[in-house]
Design a protein around this ligand. Structure first.
Ligand SMILES: [Cu+2]
Length: 161
């Protein structure tokens, strides 16, 4: 029993490392991560990169997360000095050779209908759904509120005020 247990532990630690990535066919999904939320939070966020190493375009069209009922793609942009977000219609295309970044203050995953808070250092499972690559399991690592200082104020925080 001891030997398999230690293997699982090593994989878990690797999954929580900063540079984790998942390969699905021609797509490489880089470092899916989220932010810890207060117990009362109605939404959570998800960020990641996707690189398309293939010769055909693909498209990120949705996904799911264990911690929430809903999983939506949002865009965020500055309008008259205020960050506003709205649903991303039609998904996010990924051209051959391109890397897309879902990040604070820009296109991001919005988790809605939280089933439980997102806790720092407690990764959660999810899936990403692509038009061609299909459904890909991923693990979101969790960073605290201060995890990315320069980008800490994203549209969600502003939206709640
Ligand atoms: Cu959003």
């Amino acid at each position: 029993m001891r030997f398999p247990t230690s293997i699982v532990l090593v994989l878990t630690l690797t999954g929580a490392a900063a540079a984790h990535e998942v390969t699905a066919g021609d797509l490489v999904i880089g470092h899916p991560w989220s932010r810890a939320t207060p117990a009362t939070a109605k939404t959570g966020v998800g960020y990641l990169t996707v690189t398309n190493n293939g010769s055909e375009p693909d498209r990120l069209i949705g996904g799911s997360a264990d911690v929430s009922a809903g999983f939506r793609l949002h865009t965020s942009k500055i309008v008259d000095g205020v960050a506003r977000m709205r649903p991303l219609e039609g998904g996010l295309p990924i051209a051959p050779g391109e890397t897309i970044s879902l990040k604070p203050g820009a296109t991001h995953v919005m988790l809605t209908g939280m089933k439980k808070p997102i806790l720092e250092a407690e990764p959660f499972a999810g899936t990403l759904v692509f038009e061609k690559a299909g459904s890909v399991p991923v693990e979101f690592t969790v960073e605290g509120f201060g995890g990315r200082p320069a980008e800490a104020s994203d549209s969600h925080l502003e939206k709640r005020q």
